[in-house]
Design a protein around this ligand. Structure first.
Ligand code: PMP
Ligand code: GLN
Length: 385
């Protein structure tokens, strides 16, 4: 093939293939148990799969409305009203997206102008910074420091400038499994008061908060909700990460801007899936069951690893457990996870991938959204190290 163009100036020169793709491929290549990329290895509820089949056969196979199927938007509005006392109008304040990744990109694209600053918390989920950069914004890094990965609000206050357009937060937090408290939300609310800063709140793990703690959604805080776009994902909540269906909520003025971009980024989302989810969401008790399921898996995972040479970091939410491996090896985290995958048959994510500069604190992330058998097999291998 002729080599054209001869020089291509990349818009993302520092970006390679995402660590999730890299590690899942390595796991597959070596037949390793894949605790790297975050997805369940068990299936969605049979009833939900049957609903998808029914809805497709019922002829719901053409373009959905741009903002999403109305029944689904109504179900989402009813859910956040019941859980967080939040009021969003399905017509104008709820939009269904092709995954949380698209919602996040769209939110940044419609609000961040060239030269704007966007504060993110590092370690940072890997899609945020490229989304900011592709839209001409400048990422500004606040630190979630070890051992507790708590936000440092004095540092955040210092990072705010007249150019700060947006703050992106993520609680429960991927990769660290920490959960922000009511005090964190109040501190944030106080910081942005009297500014034009918009909040993008990534709450995809909203239902995985353990030990009786409460998910502190921005929707509970009027001073935050009024300036926030909130994102959640059905992938996490119903064990269907491959469906790539999520949603975004926001007050009308923000949602109007969001939809201006959404209509040209995705336009609309897989139709029968939306009908199936709308019906399934009416099922009572799902969120409590989900929380209990993952808390149980976390406990099994932590208890077994407690007798290993891995040092467990806190896990208050999400389906991820971070560990330090310094007692086992002094390798860098990438070298260590590669060896863990190829020699010991368990794949994990090096947490340095969540730092712009690749900072390596000797921490790796395991995903425990796996069947009891998979977890047991992985744990047998890990406790021998
Ligand atoms: N945000 C966070 C924090 C995530 O962990 C993920 C996916 N694991 C996403 C966004 C993207 O979700 P989706 O698969 O719905 O695009
Ligand atoms: N969010 C998932 C994780 O953290 C992966 C999603 C993806 O592969 N893009 O593992």
């Amino acid at each position: 093939m002729p080599s054209y163009p001869r020089s291509l100036s990349s818009r993302l020169p520092e970006v390679g293939t995402t660590i999730f793709t890299v590690m899942s491929a390595l796991a597959q290549q070596h037949g390793a148990i894949n605790l790297s990329q975050g997805f369940p290895d068990f299936d969605a509820p049979a009833e939900l799969l049957a609903l998808l089949d029914q809805q497709a056969r019922a002829g719901h196979n053409q373009y959905a409305p741009m903002a999403g199927v109305l029944a689904l938007r109504e179900a989402i509005a009813a859910k956040v009203s019941a859980l967080y006392g939040a009021s969003y109008h399905p017509d104008t304040e709820v939009t269904v997206t092709a995954g949380a990744t698209q919602a996040i990109f769209t939110a940044v694209a419609c609000l961040v102008r060239p030269g704007d600053e966007v504060i993110v918390f590092e370690p940072v989920y890997d899609s945020y910074v490229p989304a900011i950069q592709l839209n001409g914004g400048t990422p500004v890094f606040a630190r979630l420091g070890l051992p507790g990965y708590r936000p440092d609000w004095k540092q955040v206050a210092q990072l705010i400038t007249p150019r700060t357009r947006m703050i992106i937060l993520n609680t429960p937090h991927n990769p660290t499994g920490t959960v922000w408290t009511a005090e964190d939300m109040q501190r944030l609310e106080a910081l942005v008061r009297d500014t034009d800063i918009v909040i993008l709140s990534d709450e995809v793990y909203e239902h995985m908060v353990f030990d009786g703690a409460r998910h502190e959604s921005v929707m509970r805080y009027p001073g935050l909700a009024e300036r926030s776009l909130v994102v959640s994902s059905f992938g996490k909540t119903y064990h269907v990460t491959g469906w790539k269906v999520a949603y975004c909520l926001g007050p009308q003025a923000l949602m109007t801007e969001f939809r201006k971009a959404h209509q040209f980024i995705a336009f609309s989302v897989h139709t029968p899936t939306q009908y199936a989810l709308a019906e399934f969401m009416a099922k009572p008790g799902w969120y409590e069951q989900l929380k209990a399921l993952y808390q149980g898996k976390r406990d099994i995972f932590r208890q077994a690893l407690g007798s290993s040479r891995f040092e467990l970091l806190p896990c208050q939410g999400t389906y991820f457990q971070c560990v330090k491996y310094g007692a086992i090896s002094d390798e860098g985290d990438r070298a260590f996870v590669e060896r863990l995958t190829t020699e010991y048959g368990v794949a994990a994510i090096p947490v340095s991938a969540f730092y712009k500069g690749g900072d390596d604190f000797g921490v790796i992330r395991f995903c425990f959204a796996k069947s009891a058998t998979t977890l047991q097999q992985a744990l047998e291998r890990l406790i021998k190290l």
